[in-house]
Design a protein around this ligand. Structure first.
Ligand code: NAP
Ligand code: MG
Length: 393
């Protein structure tokens, strides 16, 4: 069999622990036998981040900017315990944070639906994609405890001051910010993604209460839509819809799904966990970072599955679910194929995804999915599962 050729390299970001093990197996069993894989490889495993003083992460992000499409394995975000475990010189920042700040993107999370896998909301027949703004608000906030009471003020660059509150006794304050540039990028990313996926875009905020802050989000989205996307949306037969967050929550619950739901940073953090839970499992959730200028980084939504890795190191059999990581690869290969006009590569990505779904629908799956399945199924280890997928490509 001749392998499918590629033109431009994919930027490949390797990672840590169990997902690093999965990464190699997926390439060996499901990709390299079919595709003459061209990648520019960056090892983001923690030992190499330490060795390069994390320069490798910045270099990988810049490579995604250059080539346009990357695929990333889950990585450890170091904490105090990892400092000892990996003998680190400093607590390196989250690689995802570094990459997001260099690409200035929005994170889209979508569940992978499989027939037979229980969805907790039976009315949600189509996937709901959460688009989370990954900059600012409470994640970049400044907070303080005011132990004895007193006046807290905000001071602006033009010299004006606004009283936040005059405390008579102890209390707390918080200040958050966002920028027009980041919100505009967020709006463009969401609208590009909606066009790419041919799905309606819903955006929620609380402009009635937050008359300057949330209102700015609403206004920027409306302006970007009117000026740059209205015609394209109409041509594609999709709609843009803004409403208050509480109204959107209620509409989403009543809907059949199928939309992209753009959320402010905190809302996206919370709502993506709700959506993932309803659709079954973190191990069946894809995640893609899209920059305002149309660069894509695909990954799984879950972490490095540390608990399974320690079992694996002990020589125990593991049944880690590789589906979200496979879909990161298929997503990236499809995008590369579309960009480089390689229909065979696009077709391969479709077949690979279909093979995953068929394997599960035919009752062969990793342990995590068995409990949520509606009928008797066969639980297999990761290697057998990958071999079963390969049979169906
Ligand atoms: P995790 O790796 O997502 O795993 C949490 C638990 O979820 C696992 O113990 C497992 O449950 C289940 N699980 C997740 N993915 C699975 C899969 N593919 N197949 C089967 N079960 C799966 O989260 P964590 O343990 O909190 O974090 C581990 C490391 O990942 C941390 O160092 C963190 O910094 C990093 N992390 C990285 C990313 C990223 O790179 N995007 C995201 C999140 C976390 P059972 O043990 O019950 O089987
Ligand atoms: Mg969360």
């Amino acid at each position: 069999m001749t392998k499918i050729a590629m033109k431009t390299p994919l930027v490949e970001l390797d990672g840590d622990e169990m997902t690093r093990i999965l990464w190699k197996k997926i390439k060996d069993v499901l990709i390299c036998p079919y595709v003459d894989l061209k990648t520019e490889y960056y090892d983001l495993g923690l030992p190499n981040r330490e060795a390069t003083k994390d320069a490798v992460t910045a270099a990988a992000a810049d490579a995604i900017k250059k080539y346009g499409v990357g695929v990333k394995c889950a990585t450890i975000t170091p904490n105090a315990q990892r400092m000892t475990e990996y003998n680190l010189s400093t607590m390196w920042k989250s690689p995802n944070g570094t990459i997001r700040s260099r690409l200035d993107g929005t994170v889209f999370r979508a569940p992978i639906l499989v027939k037979g896998l229980k969805v907790l909301m039976p009315t949600w027949t189509k996937p709901i994609v959460i688009a989370r703004h990954a900059y600012g608000d409470v994640y970049g906030g400044v907070e303080g405890y005011v132990p004895e009471g007193g006046k807290v003020e905000l001071s602006f660059p033009d010299g004006t001051k606004k009283t936040v509150f005059e405390f008579q006794s102890a209390g707390i304050v918080q200040a958050t910010h966002n920028t027009d540039k980041s919100i505009t990028g967020f709006a463009r990313s969401c609208m590009n993604y909606a066009l790419d996926q041919k799905k309606d875009l819903w955006f929620s905020a609380k402009d009635t209460i937050s008359k300057t802050y949330d209102h700015r989000f609403k206004d920027i989205f409306a302006e970007v839509y009117e000026k740059e996307y209205k015609e394209k949306f109409e041509k594609a037969g999709i709609t843009y819809f803004y409403s208050l967050i509480d109204d959107i929550v209620s509409r989403v619950m009543k809907s059949n799904g199928g939309m992209i739901w753009a959320c402010k940073n905190y809302d996206g953090d919370v709502m993506s966990d709700m959506v993932a839970t309803v659709f079954g499992s973190l191990a069946m959730m894809t995640s893609v970072l899209v920059s305002p200028d149309g660069k894509y980084e695909y990954e799984a939504a879950h972490g490095t599955v540390t608990r399974h890795y320690y079992k694996y190191l002990n020589g125990e059999e593991t049944s880690t679910n590789p589906v979200a990581t496979i879909f990161a690869w298929s997503g990236a290969l499809r995008k590369r194929g579309q960009t480089d006009d390689l229909p065979d590569l696009v077709d391969f990505a479709d077949r690979l995804e279909k093979a995953c779904l068929t394997t599960i629908e035919e009752g062969v799956m990793t342990k995590d999915l068995c409990v949520n399945f509606e009928r008797e199924v066969r639980s297999v280890n990761t290697d057998t599962f990958l071999a079963e997928i390969a049979k169906r490509i």
